[in-house]
Design a protein. Structure first.
Ligand SMILES: NC(=O)c1ccc[n+]([C@@H]2O[C@H](COP(=O)([O-])OP(=O)(O)OC[C@H]3O[C@@H](n4cnc5c(N)ncnc54)[C@H](OP(=O)(O)O)[C@@H]3O)[C@@H](O)[C@H]2O)c1
Length: 277
């Protein structure tokens, strides 16, 4: 039987990079996409095909999917991983920044999904694996836009699961906890640039410390572990609907279900203060 074909978006670093490697090591023909093509060079020796991809550019997304179909004629798995964290106070951030956050984290994911669905539907099978976050279940101050996008990914994925079930296509959500990637540094830098000097400066300093702490291997999860959940979602005979993964992921999501809002608010505030130090 021909090897299954997977597309991984945002594969130049972090979770996407490790997912591309792990899928390739487990028998998938993998196409890795991101804007920084040079950063994907190390994937090539494993047979991974590297393509430029910007999930805010329709022509770029169409180009990648068309290239995969021209090569392989099939797409079995789409891993929608490309994303970033846009942090800062709602008051101070330009709405354009909120739109940019939605463009990458939600509309890019939706458009890539649209582009692979005709092929998957015709085949009567396929898997869409959406990298959400535990941040799609809980929330932090100064994270309005990021959490709004991840809550959106959760709702979009749940509705899509029902929509695609009659067509034999599975939809899985991956909910990583803090993971050691470039994500935290990028998020902290943006936060301090937008809210580090105004009325939210004290909160911004604390949150920047929390975001930067995601890069600490002692308290965060390695991206290889998250890639393991992606592999399970891609290969399990009956994949789970969602995979909370990493340190504290299950506890955080379970407590959110159990605790009333104000108690959860207090718990979040206390825990974040402790992490910020
Ligand atoms: N790290 C965490 O603590 C954590 C926790 C929960 C969920 N997540 C989620 O996991 C996913 C992966 O993040 P990560 O932690 O691995 O962060 P990362 O190391 O910063 O990787 C992000 C990836 O997204 C790509 N990307 C960003 N904008 C893009 C665009 N417009 N078009 C195409 N690719 C784009 C980047 O590639 P280029 O810049 O080269 O395009 C990069 O490969 C994200 O959706 C993130 O929200 C992360």
């Amino acid at each position: 039987m021909a090897q299954p074909v997977a597309i991984v978006t945002g594969a130049s670093t972090g979770i996407g990079f490790e997912s591309a490697k792990l899928l390739a090591a487990n028998g998938f023909t993998v196409y890795a996409g991101a804007r920084r093509v040079d950063r994907m060079e190390p994937l090539k020796p494993q047979g991974i095909k590297v393509l430029p991809l910007d999930v805010t550019d329709d022509a770029s997304m169409q180009g990648m999917v068309a290239a995969v179909l021209a090569d392989q004629g099939r797409i079995d798995v789409l891993v929608n991983n490309a994303g970033f964290g846009s942090f800062g106070s709602l008051e101070e951030m330009e709405l354009a920044e909120g739109r940019r956050q939605f463009d990458v984290n939600v509309f890019g994911l939706a458009r890539m999904t649209q582009l692979v669905l005709p092929t998957m539907r015709a085949a009567g099978r396929g898997r869409i694996i959406n990298i959400s976050s535990i941040g799609g279940k809980f929330y932090e101050p100064l994270g309005t836009w990021y959490h709004a996008t991840k809550f959106a990914v959760e709702g979009l994925s749940d509705a899509l699961r029902l929509e695609l079930k009659p067509h034999g296509i599975r939809v899985c959500i991956i909910e990583p906890a803090s993971t050691v990637t470039e994500w935290g540094g990028i998020a902290a830098e943006g936060l301090l640039a937008s809210s580090g000097g105004g009325p939210y400066a004290a909160q911004a300093r604390d949150m920047a410390a929390v975001l930067a702490s995601t890069e600490r291997p002692a308290t965060s999860t390695r991206p290889e572990v998250v890639a393991g959940a992606v592999l399970q979602a891609a290969t399990a005979a009956r994949p789970r609907t969602r995979y909370p993964v990493g340190r504290g992921a299950r506890a955080i999501t379970a407590l959110r279900r159990l605790l009333p809002d104000r108690v959860y608010d207090l718990a979040v505030t206390v825990v974040l203060k402790r992490i910020a130090g």
